[in-house]
Design a binder for this molecule. Sequence first.
Ligand SMILES: [Zn+2]
Length: 70
Amino acid sequence: MKISSVTCPHCRAAYEIAESTSAVGAAGRFDCGVCGTPLSAWDEPKLRAFRLEVPPEHKYPRVPAPPSPA
Ligand SMILES: [Zn+2]
């Protein structure tokens, strides 16, 4: 199993890619699940799994302002 990662250049969503080195899959492609930008395409019969690591809306969390001291 090979693990790598890819970040969508458009919306900054981060994906983890798990690629099986033993199991045979199929040629395919992967588009960003958030904005649809093509992120990866392969012609070899590979088994790849993509997992969203960091949704873009969570990348820069909005921190609520601390309550002002009474
Ligand atoms: Zn995207």
